[in-house]
Design a protein around this ligand. Structure first.
Ligand code: AMP
Ligand code: ZN
Length: 124
C-alpha cells in the first residue's frame, strides 16, 4: 500500500506506525482498526488499539464515531485472549484511554490501552 486511504496526520507517530514508517509489533489490522504492542509495557500483555483514521482523542468522539468505537470495543475480548490475557473472571484485562493533558495523554491519536496478564504489573 503506497497511499493511505484514510485521513492521517503525517507528523503523528501512530499514523506513521500504521503507514509502516515506524516499526511496531502488529497485533491486528483491518480496514479501519490497527493494534500493536506498546513499546513500554506496564503489564505482561499491553497493546494499543487505534482507529486508522487520525482522531486526536476521546474528546473528539461524538455520535458519528459510535459505530467505529463499538467495533473497536467488540474486538477487545478476542484480541486480549489471543495476546495472552487469562479468561474472565480470574484473568481479565484493563481498557484505558487517557484523554488530554490532565488525563495523562501523551500521543495525540486516539488509543485504547489493553493491559492484562498475571500480577504483579509494572504499573497500575
Ligand atoms: P498515552 O500516555 O495514553 O498517550 O500513551 C501513549 C503510549 O504509546 C505509551 O504507553 C507509550 O509507551 C506508547 N508508545 C509511544 N511510542 C510508541 C511506539 N513507537 N510504539 C509503540 N508504542 C509507543
Ligand atoms: Zn495519527
Amino acid at each position: 500500500m503506497s497511499e493511505l486511504n484514510h485521513p492521517h496526520d503525517p507528523d503523528c507517530i501512530f499514523c506513521k506506525i500504521i503507514a509502516r514508517k515506524i516499526p511496531a509489533k502488529i497485533v491486528y489490522e483491518d480496514e479501519e482498526v490497527f493494534a500493536f504492542h506498546d513499546i513500554n509495557p506496564w503489564a505482561p500483555v499491553h497493546f494499543l488499539l487505534i482507529p486508522k483514521m487520525h482522531i486526536s482523542s476521546m474528546a473528539h468522539i461524538g455520535a458519528e464515531q459510535a459505530p467505529l468505537l463499538g467495533r473497536m470495543m467488540a474486538l477487545v475480548p478476542r484480541l486480549a485472549l489471543e495476546q495472552g490475557c487469562n479468561p474472565y473472571p480470574e484473568g481479565g484485562y484493563r481498557v484505558v484511554s487517557n484523554t488530554g493533558r490532565e488525563g495523562g495523554q501523551e500521543v495525540q491519536h486516539l488509543h485504547f490501552h489493553v493491559m492484562g496478564g498475571p500480577r504483579p504489573w509494572l504499573r497500575g
